[in-house]
Design a protein around this ligand. Structure first.
Ligand code: HEM
Length: 95
């Protein structure tokens, strides 16, 4: 599967003005599809978390053409998620 980088970049520009809503719906959808992940985020400051999510998405989209930057950032984020208790069964909720 090849990634349409231009389309992704363009779509992200359209989402940006609605970033707050987008981040909120990300967690609403995640908790609706996988209620078992909610306890993982029970102690989490969700306002801060929504900002971290958006910052990570900005980083991904801004570095789509720099695979070495992307790989390092996503490996770090993935490793952190292992520590947070995220498991492969949770992935379908966010693809
Ligand atoms: C598979 C579904 C996911 C689950 C269950 C999940 C769960 C979590 C949990 C439990 C935390 C820790 C919250 C805390 O510190 O209290 C976290 C942090 C975070 N998540 Fe996720 N997450 C998921 C997907 C994603 C995705 C797709 C992204 C963005 C690409 C993302 C970005 C982040 C970021 C940026 C943080 C903060 C990392 C830091 O500590 O610096 N997460 N996530």
């Amino acid at each position: 599967m090849s990634l349409n980088v231009e389309l992704l970049e363009q779509n992200f520009q359209k989402i940006k003005p609605h970033a707050g809503e987008f981040a909120a719906s990300f967690y609403e959808n995640l908790f609706a599809a996988h209620p078992q992940v909610q306890p993982l985020l029970a102690q989490t400051n969700m306002e801060k978390q929504r900002k971290l999510l958006l910052a990570s998405l900005v980083l991904v989209v801004e570095n789509l053409r720099k695979p070495e930057v992307l790989e390092k950032a996503l490996k770090n984020l993935g490793a952190k998620h292992v520590g947070y208790g995220t498991i492969p069964e949770h992935y379908p909720a966010v693809v």
